[in-house]
Ligand binder design. Structure first.
Ligand SMILES: [Zn+2]
Length: 404
């Protein structure tokens, strides 16, 4: 294979920054195998421009000539396709209790996985080191195989400045201002994309999950926090300080318990996984009848899921209640935005059906009838791989989507 231009291997995606180049690359990705003449027709670029740019993409090894196509009279045309398996990308989802990562080819096919647990309240350097170590676990076999690593995507919990690649604030970890892009580009010498957690999940769903066939949707992640991401025309919608989507800090009870943000009665203090476990513990302390009374060790969402699966009525009621609170938050979203689809991510949705069902029921009861008729609320298509897969997508987006 012809070696890649050095600018493509290191530093940035500058090499791709010719808009025509990424338009052609994207057409080959979406419609390939495709002949040059067809690319010219689809892109409305002149045949010599297409030939020149395809030549550069062939030199870089990212596009290859494949079989001959059907002849329309003369010689059979040579077809072009993306050389997806010749390159790797790494996606990292840096969460609160673990860091999960995967390597994949340019079609998003899984090549390797790694996971590193994070203890409670990690210090800053330990957390950064854990991200770097997780990436090294996947980068080493890629390096040995000789396949170029094209980039690293990182989805990080909390507020993220995706333009600068900085994790601005992660309240659940009590960490702030981590210049992740700079740190990782220095360590691995490849382009790095950083995005916040739910927006990363949304892009994974947009390319590979439940958002594939739909241009506009809202993605909601329910975990220790409750956050939303807005997708319009297949792209993320941003706000001035990158804070849009803080669904968890909308008020559902003005007299409610104190929230980490300083206000009272936020959705998060009722609908997050932490809130759910706390409510279950309060019930047990008050003497409810439940198999959980015999549980040894601290209560967790896993323990609650298990008890609910085994038929424990109290555990199921706690999950149903959680769905009810979340449904109120989502009913507000349905009324405000009239979306066609809401995609829900997180274990609370994927592990047991109780939260999802009561959430859907609550939205139907509480939101206006007209937008309710338009919306479908579905679990994420990528399940537990959503985070790392979304982070892989951050790199693929940079590579294939025309950059203006
Ligand atoms: Zn709050």
């Amino acid at each position: 294979m012809t070696p890649m231009p050095r600018t493509m291997q290191t530093g940035s995606f500058r090499w791709m920054k010719s808009i025509n180049k990424s338009i052609i690359l994207n057409v080959i990705r979406e419609k390939g195998p495709i002949p040059r003449a067809e690319i010219a027709k689809v892109t409305q670029l002149t045949p010599p421009t297409v030939t020149n740019i395809v030549g550069e993409l062939l030199d870089a090894g990212i596009v290859v000539e494949s079989d001959l196509g059907e002849s329309t009279g003369g010689r059979k045309p040579i077809l072009l396709r993306i050389n997806a398996s010749a390159f790797s990308v790494i996606g990292v989802y840096a969460g609160v209790d673990k860091i999960r990562a995967m390597s994949a080819d340019l079609d998003g096919n899984l090549e390797g996985e790694a996971e590193v647990p994070i203890p409670p309240n990690p210090d800053r350097s330990f957390y950064i080191r854990s991200i770097i170590d997780t990436i090294h676990q996947l980068a080493a076999p890629i390096h040995h195989s000789g396949r170029p690593l094209l980039g690293i995507g990182v989805g990080m919990s909390g507020w993220v400045d995706h333009e600068q690649g900085i994790s601005l604030s992660c309240p659940s970890l009590n960490l702030r201002n981590i210049p992740l892009r700079d740190l990782l580009e220095r360590e691995f010498s490849v382009p790095v994309e950083v995005e916040n957690g739910v927006r990363t999940l949304a892009m994974g769903e947009s390319w590979f999950g439940e958002g594939r066939e739909i241009a506009d949707f809202i993605c909601v992640h329910i975990g220790n926090e409750v956050n939303a991401a807005f997708v319009k025309e297949h792209s993320l919608v941003y706000s001035p300080s990158f804070t849009a989507g803080e669904l968890g800090h909308t008020t559902v009870d003005i007299e409610g318990p104190l929230c980490g943000c300083g206000n009272r009665g936020c959705l998060e203090v009722f609908g997050s996984s932490v809130a759910m476990v706390r409510r279950a513990q309060e019930g047990l302390d008050q003497g409810v009848i439940s198999s959980l009374n015999h549980h040894e060790g601290p209560l967790s969402e896993r323990v609650l899921f298990e008890a609910a699966r085994e038929g424990d009525e109290f555990a199921r009621a706690v999950l149903v209640d959680t769905g009810r609170y979340l449904g109120i938050g989502l009913a507000n979203i349905v009324n405000l935005f009239n979306p066609r689809r809401i995609i829900l991510c997180g274990d609370l949705i994927s592990e047991v059906p109780y939260v999802l069902h009561s959430l859907q029921e609550t939205v139907e009861q509480r939101a206006l009838a007209t937008p309710v008729a338009d919306v479908t609320i579905v679990p994420a298509g990528l399940g537990r791989n959503g985070g790392p897969m979304g982070a892989v997508t951050l790199v693929l987006m940079k590579l294939f989507q025309p950059q203006h």
